[in-house]
Design a protein around this ligand. Structure first.
Ligand code: ARG
Length: 465
């Protein structure tokens, strides 16, 4: 069935028919399409375009379509152009003549916008729940080793010691921003477009506010041309999804390193690692590598739609049909990656002795020493230079921080006083970093509690479908 045959003397070629068909992917929207069609049938009843009888027939048919569309058999042999065409063909089959009126004043251009928004709202909520689950897994992993010390890095060189939960809380903050971005994307999608017609607005006295209420939209769109030409709301989601993927990819990269023999202080659980077909000793972090790898797909979806939209004249162009595979793939990929990352975090274990050893031997305490001198009135640049000389001397003579004593420090330079020796232990300097947001033990304890409260608020604000 075609929704537009009247003007044509010849039908589409077999190739064009195949080339332009979207049913095999946009059938994902069928539940949304039926839901929107019900609301539209109600609007047609209120306008007197459908009588009670016709409305009843259409509703019963839509009900049946909704149920049957959950089974694969429903789509057997379907060669409809898109999901909207399929639903209308089935309506004709099930409701007879009444179905002739369902498309009165309605365009697929607004329908596809409506369906995508309905579908996306739920996917965003599912994604928000998954972000919250990963945050919880990270908080649990942090609280399992509240006092563990690990080296913090810049340039992938050991820099300053931090508490293990402090490191994880950095990802919690990133994921919280991801949750917020999803929430903002949801708000942009949550605007009701129906009643816009093809581009010029509805030619019927349609109560758009009532439809919005019925479909639980926050507002109605304010310009019909914008509706037909707009995919910003999809791009907003793809940006949010891309940033989630980016964060997961960086965490994956960290954990691949930390669990390697070279770092050796994170252990991944057996169920998320795999072996080698040749090398019997291998325990490979494939789950994390795939999380990192799938990031490319999500970025690809974002950039594909960005490029797709950039040269399109107002308003709708068929190019826009290409938005959906990108959207569907990105939504599925990012949800899968979030679930995988959560499972990895739940099974991971820390070797706190190894990580603390790595933090203790690498001169991560140099900054603590320089700052101690500065707190006592020494100009920081001179303190920096003095500690730099201490490190150079130690490197040349093969000394680690733990090899120094109060006496040998004082012998090296009279500026070093006995109490400075305590700072050769990375745990000591950490205690000075209690300013909010730092790795001081009290600051981290407060940050963990604060993150728990924020997580509860996120959960409370995400609807369950
Ligand atoms: N399947 C189309 C899409 O996803 C919607 C239909 C609008 N088609 C049209 N030729 N006006 O974009």
């Amino acid at each position: 069935m075609k929704l537009w045959g009247g003007r044509f003397a010849a039908g589409p070629s077999e190739l064009f028919d195949r080339f332009s068909r979207s049913l095999h992917f946009d059938r994902k929207l069928i539940q949304a399409d039926v839901r929107g069609s019900k609301a539209f049938a109600n609007a047609l009843l209120r306008m007197g375009i459908l009588n009670d009888d016709e409305h009843r027939h259409i509703f019963a048919a839509l009900q049946r379509i909704e149920a049957e569309s959950r089974e694969e058999a429903f789509y057997a042999g379907a060669t409809d152009e898109d999901v909207h065409t399929l639903v209308i063909r089935k309506l004709h089959e099930y409701a007879g003549a009444a179905a002739e009126k369902i498309h009165t004043g309605r365009s697929r251009n607004e329908q596809v916008s409506l369906d995508t928004r309905l579908w996306l709202r739920e996917e965003i909520d599912a994604t928000r729940h998954q972000v919250a689950s990963l945050i919880e897994a990270l908080l649990n992993l942090g609280e399992r080793y509240p006092d563990a010390v690990i080296p913090g890095f810049t340039h992938l060189r050991r820099a300053q010691a931090v508490l293990w939960p402090h490191y994880l809380l950095a990802y919690v903050d990133m994921l919280e921003r991801d949750w917020q971005r999803l929430t903002e994307a949801r708000a942009r999608a949550n605007v009701m477009p129906l009643g816009s017609g093809a581009l010029a607005g509805s030619g019927f006295p349609i109560d758009r506010e009532q439809i919005a209420r019925e479909l639980e939209f926050e507002a109605t769109t304010t310009n019909s041309m914008d509706v037909s030409g707009d995919r910003d709301f999809v791009l907003d989601f793809l940006y949010a999804a891309s940033t989630i993927a980016l964060h997961l990819s960086r965490m994956a990269e960290d954990w691949i390193l930390y669990s390697s023999d070279e770092f050796g202080w994170l252990e991944l659980s057996d169920p998320v690692t795999s072996g080698s077909s040749l090398m019997p000793q291998k325990k490979n972090p494939d789950s994390l590598e795939l999380i990192r790898g799938k990031t490319g797909r999500v970025f690809g979806s974002f950039s594909a739609l960005y490029v797709l939209m950039k040269g399109l004249p107002m308003t709708y162009n068929r190019d826009m049909q290409e938005d959906k595979e990108q959207l569907f793939d990105a939504a599925e990929t990012v949800q899968l990656s979030l679930a995988m990352a959560t499972e990895v975090a739940r099974g991971a274990t820390l070797r706190p002795l190894v990580s603390e050893e790595a933090a203790a031997e690498g001169w991560l305490v140099a900054t603590d020493l320089a700052e101690a001198l500065a707190r006592e009135g020494f100009p920081f640049h001179s303190a920096h230079k003095l500690v730099g000389r201490l490190v150079l001397h130690s490197v040349e003579t093969g000394k680690k921080p733990g090899d120094w004593t109060a006496e040998s420090l004082a012998a090296f330079a009279p500026e070093f006083r006995p109490e400075h020796a305590a700072l050769l232990d990375p745990r000591e300097g950490m205690k000075t970093r209690e300013a909010k947001g730092g790795t001081g033990p009290s600051a981290v304890r407060a940050a963990l509690a604060n993150a728990r409260a924020r997580l509860a608020a996120m959960r409370e604000r995400t609807p369950i479908h």
